[in-house]
Design a protein around this ligand. Structure first.
Ligand SMILES: Nc1ncnc2c1ncn2[C@@H]1O[C@H](COP(=O)(O)OP(=O)(O)OP(=O)(O)O)[C@@H](O)[C@H]1O
Length: 392
């Protein structure tokens, strides 16, 4: 949400580095694409590395079926920013959040909060560390105990994490209600007396009660109508400025993600296939999956009002317990090459900042190290660079 200062490092050389793809029409000389914007510098508030979360399904007389719901993902979250996590249903967004919070136990990897490793930490030591990272879920109706007064619900984390007397607690609850735009005298009401938007404000008040550094928002505005959604998003932006909150924002609605996020990570079948600054990812999606996902988003800016063709992905994502070999997206990718069926692509830097894991940007004798554009015209989709044209 803040716009982290970017390091003054040179832009990757377009002739030698993997390059960002063009949305749907070829780039022109005047439209050279986004300027390289590296990840924010300095130590990350949250560092996630090679996170693996699996679920096992054991059936009688059959071997264990393992679902790699989150399969070795890595990302950083920097102070004051909002990182949007997007992808189709079932790609592992919620499991990533739950793994980071250790609401499900990751099988391996590393999650460092302010440099402190959370994985493997005994529960007794995990509890105080968890104070700094709180979660807001989609359903405000189930997040608040209907039998508890607002004062008790919001005050609960204060009992767990802070030693406050009754008077201090009442003052803090009043302050929190004001912070989320509700009158303090609402503290003596029950959740059923509030609208959906007000309840989500109460949930946010409860989440920020113990002064966390990070809020993980898992579809936190998805259940709200559009105008209430906008109000809650405004509130989140306000809170980020007032109390310096950092957000991991998980949502289906890409327009909302575009509005609120500084950077975006795109997940497919348990892996991050592309990440980068929001503008770069939305204006110049480099991965064919990102391209397809974003093709459904209305384009608000007249500058980018190019003929973005709606790309409908065939079928559902494969079963995560039986992931395809090579690039996981190759079974639905319009540009799949032979290499995509056997070799898993590695993340490589892209113009505009961030990384993409796609062979189009790194491999293939004709594409290696060349400037690349994805062009969609009607039913024909072409990958073009200065050396070659491959019709997919
Ligand atoms: N508790 C569980 N037990 C078994 N499998 C699970 C469990 N939780 C999630 N999964 C599986 O892990 C995969 C990722 O699910 P997850 O809920 O993280 O996806 P998501 O991207 O958040 O989806 P959505 O947007 O629909 O919430 C799915 O295949 C899901 O079925």
């Amino acid at each position: 949400m803040s716009h982290p200062a970017s390091e003054a490092s040179p832009a990757p050389d377009a002739s030698t580095s993997p390059v960002g793809a063009e949305g749907s029409v070829p780039a022109t000389a005047q439209d050279a694409g986004p300027v390289a914007q590296p990840e924010p510098s300095g130590p990350a508030l949250l560092e996630v590395k090679d996170l693996l979360v699996t679920f096992g399904r054991k059936k009688a007389f059959r071997p264990l079926v393992e679902t790699r719901a989150v399969d070795g993902i890595s990302f950083n979250l920097y102070q004051g920013e909002t990182l949007g996590l997007v992808g189709e249903s079932g790609c592992g967004k919620s499991t990533t959040a739950r793994g980071v919070m250790r609401l499900v136990e990751p099988k391996s990897g590393s999650v460092k909060l302010n440099g402190k490793e959370l994985l493997g930490l005994p529960i007794k030591e995990l509890r105080p560390a968890r104070k700094d990272i709180q979660m807001v879920f989609q359903d405000p109706y189930s997040s608040l105990d209907p039998s508890m007064l607002v004062r008790e619900s919001i005050g609960e984390p204060l009992d767990v994490h802070m030693k406050m007397n009754r008077q201090q607690k009442t003052e803090r609850v009043a302050e929190l209600l004001r912070l989320v735009g509700l009158p303090p005298d609402y503290m003596v009401r029950y959740p059923h007396e509030f609208s959906g938007g007000q309840r989500q404000r109460l949930t946010i008040a409860r989440a920020i009660a113990a002064d966390p550094k990070i809020l993980v928002l898992d579809e936190a505005v998805s259940a709200l109508d559009v105008s209430t959604q906008n109000q809650v998003i405004d509130l989140l932006e306000e809170l980020s400025q007032k109390i310096g909150l950092t957000y991991l924002f998980i949502a289906h609605d890409l327009s909302v993600v575009r509005h609120i996020s500084d950077r975006v990570a795109v997940m497919y079948l348990g892996q991050i296939v592309e990440h980068g600054p929001t503008k770069a990812v939305f204006d110049e999606p480099a991965h064919p999956y990102t391209e397809a996902l974003l093709s459904a988003v209305p384009i608000p800016s007249p500058k980018t009002q190019r003929s973005r063709e709606r790309i409908v992905l065939a079928g559902d994502p494969p079963d995560p317990s039986r992931v395809p070999p090579g690039c996981r997206f190759h079974t639905r990718c319009a540009y799949a090459m032979d290499i995509c069926r056997t070799v898993m692509p590695q993340p490589t830097p892209k113009v505009g900042g961030g990384e993409v894991a796609c062979h189009l940007h790194t491999s293939g004798p004709m594409l290696q190290g060349r400037s690349l554009r994805i062009i969609s015209t009607g039913s024909t989709r072409t990958i073009e660079n200065d050396a070659a044209q491959v019709v997919a």
